[in-house]
Unconditional design. Structure first.
Length: 208
């Protein structure tokens, strides 16, 4: 369960990173003027785009030269299309295409893996706590059930010891609460005691 949950969390995180970079790639255009340096146009504000997830985003031209990035962006490494890791960052890179379908640049989007690691740690903590708690509950329940089940046997044993000590078959065995094996044993012992008590009474009458 822990492995499945951890893998699902990581897959969802990778999906979010990849989805974000695809959105940026679809909205940005890299223009190459006749004179001057290439520039990124028509894209959203990177500072506003990365703010909710505390992420980093960078835009490159087709030669891998940095054109734009958000304020305080982390180093994400050179642009390589697809998902990759750079330090403690999960990085997704997507190509920016012109209207004719020609690749004109690349956009990177990266988020720290510390959020995923802390989430998976909490998941494992909850699983371990659940296992330990369930085990303790099972132990306590088992002890309680065993004690309840052994109570009639303990009562029969105590009565049998008292009869063995006093040699008085007139005593009665405890009345069984349930019609089970223990109850059958109690009724059998009770019949045996009544037979012994009757036999003793006959001997006493004969002696008189």
């Amino acid at each position: 369960i822990g492995k499945i949950a951890t893998q699902r969390i990581r897959d969802d995180f990778n999906g979010e990173v990849n989805s974000a970079v695809q959105i940026l790639a679809s909205e940005f255009r890299v223009v190459y003027p006749t004179f001057g340096e290439p520039e990124a146009q028509r894209g959203p504000s990177l500072d506003a785009f990365v703010l909710p997830d505390d992420a980093s985003a960078r835009v490159f031209d087709v030669n891998g030269n940095l054109l734009e990035q958000n304020k305080g962006a982390e180093a994400l490494g050179p642009p390589h299309p697809g998902l990759s890791s750079h330090g403690d960052m999960r990085v997704a890179t997507a190509a920016i295409s012109s209207e004719s379908g020609e690749i004109t640049g690349y956009v990177q989007y990266g988020r720290s893996l510390s959020h995923v690691d802390s989430t998976t740690d909490r998941v494992w903590l909850l699983i371990v706590g659940g296992i330990l708690g369930g085990t303790l509950l099972a132990v306590f329940a088992g002890v309680a059930i065993a004690g309840r089940a052994m109570r009639p046997i303990a009562s029969l044993t105590a009565t049998a010891k008292e009869i063995a000590t006093t040699r008085d078959p007139s005593q009665r065995m405890p009345e069984p609460a349930n019609d089970d094996e223990v109850g059958e044993l109690a009724r059998t012992l009770e019949k045996m005691l009544r037979s012994l008590d009757a036999a003793r009474a006959e001997r006493e009458d004969a002696m008189q």
